[in-house]
Design a protein around this ligand. Structure first.
Ligand code: KG4
Ligand code: ZN
Length: 333
């Protein structure tokens, strides 16, 4: 029997999960609300909040799973990429606990963990898979082969898709993180009312910063004519902006599938929670005969269960880390 405790602390969620023989027994997430009033994650506040919540979160993961520390075979943690101060909390905690219990340590890449999340709900998933990873920090098109090996096919050269949502929300004076709110307002809006420009970048790479600037000018110009423009048109603004992002992501995914000839498609990261993206992706999958995998919502946003799943595969290969491993802020993959 193989039982692993996994810890995720790369950004503003403190999370701990227990996995036993590839099955998730608990997944506890504590999200930090302190950042809301600042309109984005404040790194120093994030690491302090991790320090405060890591012990109760880990204890909750043990009691929810009904597992004792003495039953553990390994401790896993997110090594990076992420905020250094945040990563250090999970990293130090995992190292100390592994040392105390005299069991191996497993270092997991956060992006690899997002991809591994697909195996929680679909253990029989056949690789290769083409995965669109869309979060607040990353927008990537990745080919995942056996043993969780990766090939990056495309990435955003500037803002991540989640940032494009959050920054537009900030322009609309909505609180952070604005992505879910744009999704909510858009439900009652017309996605074809306003036309936002398609980002111009070749190949499979993506860009969102031009779109954000176009959005900023669009709002500024309309508010100059009608100060109530946002309030009067909130639903249509959100629906049209969201439509542009989603259609752009799908267009890239279709292109990547055509080039790689891969029809097993995965979606990961916090933006995978977007209802319009899910709807459009399901329509496209039906139309193009794709086998679509979207992890359940709790495994899409940052969580330790996905770290645990990646760690499970690493444990089977005896891929362990030393006490001298250090966090990294950019992906090593
Ligand atoms: O994966 P995640 O929890 O954290 C990072 O690793 O970044 O993703 C958070 C991002 C935020 O930008 C948030 O606004 C976005 O995911 N997000 C959404 C939705 N839910 C979360 N964006 C659009 N629509 C949503 N429903
Ligand atoms: Zn993430």
């Amino acid at each position: 029997m193989c039982t692993i405790l996994a810890i995720e602390s790369s950004c503003d969620d403190t999370s701990a999960a227990i996995i036993q023989d590839g099955r998730i027994l608990s997944n506890v997430v504590s999200s930090q609300i302190i950042h809301q009033k600042y309109g984005g994650v404040v790194p120093e506040l994030a690491s302090r909040a991790h320090q405060g919540s890591i012990v109760p979160v880990v204890n909750a993961a043990f009691s929810e799973a009904n597992i004792r520390k003495s039953q553990l075979n390994a401790i896993a943690f997110t090594q990076g990429p992420g905020l250094l101060g945040s990563l250090l909390v999970g990293n130090s905690f995992a190292k100390a606990m592994a040392l105390g219990l005299n069991i191996p340590l497993i270092a997991v890449d956060h992006l690899q963990a997002h991809m591994a999340a697909h195996f929680i709900d679909a253990p029989q998933l056949q690789l290769p898979m083409l995965c669109l990873l869309v979060s607040g920090g990353h927008t990537l098109l990745v080919q995942m082969d056996a043993n969780l090996a990766f090939t990056f096919l495309g990435r955003s050269t500037d803002d991540a898709a989640g940032e494009a949502f959050d920054k537009a929300a900030k322009i609309l004076d909505l609180p952070y993180p604005g992505g879910p709110l744009i999704d909510q307002y858009a439900q009652n809006g017309n996605p074809y009312r306003f036309n936002f420009p398609e980002p111009q970048i070749s190949g499979l790479d993506m860009s969102f910063s031009g779109l954000k600037t176009a959005f900023l000018y669009f709002i500024r110009d309309h508010v100059a004519i009608n100060p109530n423009f946002i309030q009067e048109n909130m639903a249509d603004i959100c629906a049209s902006y969201q439509h542009r992002i989603v259609i752009y992501l799908l267009q890239r995914l279709k292109k990547a599938s055509k080039l790689s000839q891969i029809k097993t498609i995965g979606l990961a990261g916090g933006v995978a929670a977007n209802s319009y993206l899910r709807k459009k992706l399901m329509e496209t999958a039906q139309e193009l005969n794709w086998e679509l995998h979207i992890p359940s919502f709790q495994y899409c946003t940052d969580n330790a269960a996905m770290v645990a799943m990646a760690a499970h595969f690493k444990y089977l290969k005896a891929d362990f880390a030393g006490q001298d491993c250090t966090p990294f802020t950019r992906s090593s993959l």
